[in-house]
Design a binder for this molecule. Structure first.
Ligand SMILES: CC(C)(COP(=O)(O)OP(=O)(O)OC[C@H]1O[C@@H](n2cnc3c(N)ncnc32)[C@H](O)[C@@H]1OP(=O)(O)O)[C@@H](O)C(=O)NCCC(=O)NCCS
Length: 330
């Protein structure tokens, strides 16, 4: 990638709703149990947004926290990119709602949707604006109220997902002082809707009584296909972008999309990554799609897991199929 200006990470922030839903709570709704869920996914609990909360309100809190961390005023934000699969409304964009809530008066903004890969794709987009010199302060947000598209009668999917938000403020490296962007990528492969999709509610199949009766407004997932795709993609991305050009000694920590503990452990084993070089929080938050990478990144930062001068690798994968990464030096 040709950069005219180096890109850095000036601020990090996140938000999780207060309500905790445990596996035992889910076992009251569908035929499952804590042991099965922990064994197959590593998830013990997830957060569920309150009725009055939406992706915009959660994203706004995460954004405010990232600005506070950077010491930058909302009035100085130039651009807001909001990655979400669960926008507040079909339009206007959730980025506009966040702009209004945080008071980023001079900013422009738009949404990016690539499901679980959304934040990484938004980061890739945001970094171009900073690298070219078009904008100085770019807020990248990943926010999801997945509980609204979760089928609470489907034990195959409802055990996996949760609600959350995370944000990053990107600035030129000379102002950010950390998180130098080294490499990033965006990839997709269409024609794989059966792996992971919400079948209805768009222009192809608008929501009518029949669709609602068949529960087509909710997520559907071919769990085994996702599993194989995620393990092989994670492994390939880390080999190609970390191990080949740098090596494991230069790696500080991998902060992956929190897809599922078994997937992460399987990839970790194949790559012989020691425990201290991978950050997981899926046990407590489940898979929060576009919010997952910035939430984990912020927590890794606050828990001092990012190693000064070493690499932080963020690989993500999800519906589309889609996959991508960004690699920074902390
Ligand atoms: C969803 C997932 C946990 C299912 O685990 P699995 O080991 O593949 O389980 P299977 O789908 O093969 O089902 C095995 C059995 O468990 C049952 N089962 C499925 N969900 C269950 C649940 N929540 N509780 C108890 N039993 C369950 C199935 O009905 C099946 O029973 P059967 O053998 O009597 O037919 C697993 O496929 C997975 O982790 N996939 C990736 C999902 C993911 O990460 N999605 C996010 C993408 S970004």
């Amino acid at each position: 990638m040709t950069q005219t200006r180096k890109v850095g990470i000036a601020g990090l922030g996140s938000y999780v709703p207060e309500r905790v839903m445990t596996n035992d709570d889910i076992a009251q709704m569908v035929d499952t149990n804590d042991d099965w869920i922990v064994q197959r996914t590593g998830i013990r609990e997830r957060r569920i947004a309150a009725e009055h909360e939406d992706s915009g309100s959660m994203g706004s809190i995460a954004a405010q926290r990232a600005l506070e961390d950077a010491g930058v005023d909302a009035a100085d934000v130039d651009l807001i990119l909001c990655a979400t699969t669960t926008p507040d409304k079909p339009f206007p964009t959730t980025a506009c709602h966040i702009q209004e809530t945080i008071g980023a008066k001079k900013a422009g903004g738009f949404d990016i949707n690539s499901a679980c890969t959304g934040f990484v794709f938004a980061y890739n987009t945001a970094a171009q604006f900073v690298a070219t010199g078009a904008y100085h302060n770019v807020l990248v947000i990943g926010t999801e109220k997945l509980s609204t598209i979760t089928d609470w009668q489907d034990r195959n999917t409802c055990i996996i997902f949760g609600d959350a938000a995370g944000a990053m403020l990107l600035r030129p490296l000379e102002d950010a002082g950390r998180g130098e962007l080294l490499d990033m990528s965006i990839s997709t492969e269409g024609g794989q809707d059966d792996v992971l999709e919400v079948p209805a509610g768009g222009s192809r199949q608008p929501l009518g009584h029949e669709e609602i009766e068949q529960r087509l407004q909710y997520m559907r997932m071919g769990g085994n296909k996702v599993y194989k795709f995620a393990v092989s993609t994670f492994t390939r991305l880390v080999k190609k972008h970390v191990y080949a050009p740098y090596g494991i000694d230069d790696l500080g920590v991998i902060v992956p999309h929190q897809v599922n503990m078994r997937i992460l452990e399987s990839a970790q084993e194949r790559l012989a990554i020691p425990d201290e070089k991978i950050f997981n929080n899926i046990e407590y938050y489940g898979n929060t799609a576009a919010a997952s990478v910035p939430l984990a990144f912020d927590q890794a930062y606050r828990e001092d897991r990012l190693v000064k001068g070493k690499l932080v690798m963020c690989p993500a994968f999800g519906a589309g199929l889609s996959w991508g990464h960004f690699l920074v030096r902390w």
